[in-house]
Design a protein around this ligand. Structure first.
Ligand code: 5GP
Ligand code: MG
Length: 471
C-alpha cells in the first residue's frame, strides 16, 4: 500500500490550527483531514469534568448510532487514557477491552488506535482512528496520529483560559465549543446558556436509547436533549403541545422501565420559559404578568407555617446562636416573619448573587457576600424557593469553603418537580406544584413582591390561549 502523504497532512493541520477559524471548526477539520489521510474513520473523545466518562466531541466517517451510544465508561474503554500511552488493536474481534462491542461490530469497526491527547502530561482525551478491515498500524501511521494528537493538545491549550476555581478540569469549559450543537429548538439553546451560567457541564443529545425492537430491527428510539456528566443526569425539555407531552411521558416511562439505572428528568418548557422570563430572557422575556389567577397560600396559611418552622428552628438551635443567612431578594418577607418568631439568640446577614441574563460568557457571581465570620458557626441558609437547585448548590459550595460548624437550609417553598441538582433541605415551608409563583417577596420582573399571599400570575404570551380568549 502506498504510504499516505503525512507531511502535507501535518502541514494542513498546522495551518488550520493557526488560522482564524472557530475552535470547533478547527477540530472538525483536523479530524477530517486525519481520517482522510489514513483512509479510515476518526474521532476525538474528551474526558468529562469528572474524568470518569468519555464523550465524542468531533468525528468523521463514523455512523450516527455509533456516536450516540452514549458516554463511554473510562474504566471499561481502551486503556490509552489510564496508561497514558498509545494503544493499538488490530482486530477487536479477538480483544476483550472494547465497550459496546455489538455496536462496534454493527458499524463494522475492526481495527482501532487510541492516542491520548495530553496537556502538561495529563490526558484530557483521546484521538481514535477506526478501520473497517483488520489492519496493522505501521510505525509511520502511529507517529502521524501522535503528531496530530499533539497539535490538538496545543489547540486546547490556546483555547482554554485559566479555569475558574469551581471547574476541576481544564477541558470542562472547552467541551461546549467542541460540541457546537445544532439545537433543535431555541429553548434548548437557552437552557444550555443557563447551565453555562451555573458552570454546569452539559452535552447535547449524547445518546439514543433503543425502546422497541421488531426482531433485530430498532423500531423506536429516544434521544434525551441533554446529559449533565457531573450529575450523571439526562434531561428532556418538553414542548408546549399537550399531545406531545403525553407522547414524551410515555417514552420516558418506557425508558425508565428498560434502563432503570438511567437518571432522567423531564423539564416542562412552559414553566421553564416563565422562569427565564423573570430574567427578561427566553420567548416570554418581554411579556408581563396580568394579575393573579390562583391563590396558592393565603396570608394566614403562610403565617401558620412560618410559626411552625420558627418553633422547630428554635428547638434545634437552642444554645447554638445560629447565623440565618438570606439570599436576596425573595427572602425578605419570609426572613422578617421567621426571625420574629425565633425565640433563641441568633445573628442575621444576607448575600446576593448575579442573575442569569441570557448573555453568553457570564457566569454566576456572588455580588454581596456575608460580612460575618462563618468559621465555627451554625449557618442556616434561608431561601424563598428552591427550583432546579442550581442556585442553592452554588451557594452551599461557596459557604462550605467558609468552614461553618454546620450548614443547613430552610426554604419557604420547594418545587421538587423541577429539581436537577440534588440538595439537602432541612426545613421546608410548602411543597409547591409545578407553577411559577409570586407574592410574599417573590417577584415577576420586579412586580408582585408586595402581595401578602402567594399566587400564580397570568403570564401572557403569543402562544398562550389566554391571548385569544381576551381578544
Ligand atoms: P433554582 O436555581 O433553584 O432553579 O432557582 C432558584 C431561584 O429562582 C429562586 O431563588 C428564585 O429567585 C427563582 N425562582 C424559581 N422559581 C420561582 C418562582 O416560581 N417564582 C419566582 N418569583 N422566582 C422563582
Ligand atoms: Mg432566591
Amino acid at each position: 500500500m502506498k504510504q499516505p502523504d503525512y507531511t502535507s497532512a501535518i502541514a494542513q493541520a498546522l495551518n488550520i490550527a493557526t488560522d482564524g477559524t472557530e475552535f470547533g471548526d478547527k477540530l472538525n477539520h483536523i479530524i477530517r483531514t486525519t481520517a482522510e489521510t489514513l483512509g479510515g474513520g476518526a474521532s476525538l473523545i474528551m474526558l468529562d469534568s469528572t474524568r470518569t466518562r468519555l464523550i465524542h466531541s468531533s468525528s468523521f466517517r463514523l455512523p450516527k448510532y455509533y456516536l450516540q451510544k452514549g458516554p463511554l465508561d473510562r474504566e471499561k474503554s481502551l486503556d490509552e487514557l489510564n496508561s497514558n500511552r498509545t494503544v493499538v488493536i488490530n482486530d477487536i474481534r479477538s480483544d476483550s477491552r472494547i465497550q459496546f462491542r455489538e455496536l462496534a461490530e454493527r458499524a463494522l469497526i475492526t481495527a482501532i488506535a487510541g492516542v491520548p491527547v495530553r496537556i502538561k502530561g495529563r490526558a484530557i482525551g483521546s484521538l481514535r482512528i477506526y478501520y473497517k478491515a483488520s489492519r496493522t498500524f505501521s510505525s509511520a501511521d502511529i507517529t502521524f496520529i501522535e503528531q496530530i494528537a499533539r497539535i490538538i493538545s496545543l489547540l486546547f491549550l490556546s483555547e482554554i483560559e485559566p479555569a475558574p476555581p469551581s471547574q476541576n478540569h481544564p477541558v470542562a469549559g472547552a467541551l461546549h465549543h467542541v460540541q457546537a450543537p445544532d439545537f433543535a429548538h431555541p429553548s434548548e439553546a437557552e437552557f444550555a446558556g443557563l447551565l453555562d451560567f451555573y458552570n454546569i457541564e452539559w452535552v447535547y443529545e449524547p445518546r439514543s436509547f433503543v425502546l422497541e425492537k421488531a426482531g433485530n430491527r430498532v423500531t423506536e428510539m429516544f434521544s434525551p436533549d441533554f446529559y449533565l456528566p457531573a450529575l450523571d443526569l439526562y434531561i428532556e425539555l418538553t414542548t408546549l403541545k399537550q399531545s406531545l407531552i403525553t407522547y414524551k411521558n410515555r417514552k420516558i416511562r418506557r425508558l425508565r422501565e428498560l434502563y432503570p439505572e438511567i437518571k432522567i428528568t423531564l423539564l416542562n418548557k412552559n414553566n421553564y420559559d416563565r422562569l427565564l422570563a423573570k430574567y427578561g430572557s427566553g420567548p416570554l422575556g418581554q411579556s408581563r404578568a396580568h394579575g393573579i389567577r390562583q391563590v396558592l397560600y393565603t396570608q394566614e396559611q403562610i403565617k401558620g407555617r412560618v410559626d411552625e418552622l420558627a418553633r422547630e428552628i428554635s428547638a434545634d438551635y437552642a444554645n447554638k446562636c445560629p447565623v440565618l443567612l438570606g439570599v436576596q431578594r425573595g427572602f425578605i418577607c419570609f426572613m422578617a416573619d421567621l426571625i420574629r418568631q425565633i425565640s433563641v439568640p441568633m445573628d442575621m446577614d444576607f448575600m446576593a448573587l448575579s442573575h442569569y441574563t441570557g448573555k453568553p460568557g457570564k457566569g454566576v457571581k456572588i455580588t454581596k457576600d456575608t460580612d460575618l465570620e462563618l468559621e465555627g458557626r451554625h449557618v442556616l441558609l434561608v431561601e424563598d424557593i428552591v427550583d432546579t437547585g442550581m442556585t442553592l448548590s452554588y451557594i452551599l459550595n461557596h459557604l462550605k469553603g467558609r468552614h461553618p460548624s454546620s450548614l443547613e437550609v430552610c426554604t419557604l417553598l420547594d418545587r421538587q418537580a423541577r429539581r436537577l441538582v440534588d440538595v439537602d433541605i432541612r426545613y421546608i415551608g410548602f411543597n409547591i406544584p409545578d407553577e411559577f409563583v409570586v407574592g410574599y417577596g417573590l417577584d415577576y420582573q420586579e412586580e408582585y413582591r408586595n402581595l401578602p399571599f402567594i399566587g400564580v400570575p397570568v403570564i401572557l404570551s403569543d402562544t398562550s390561549p389566554l391571548v385569544k380568549e381576551t381578544q
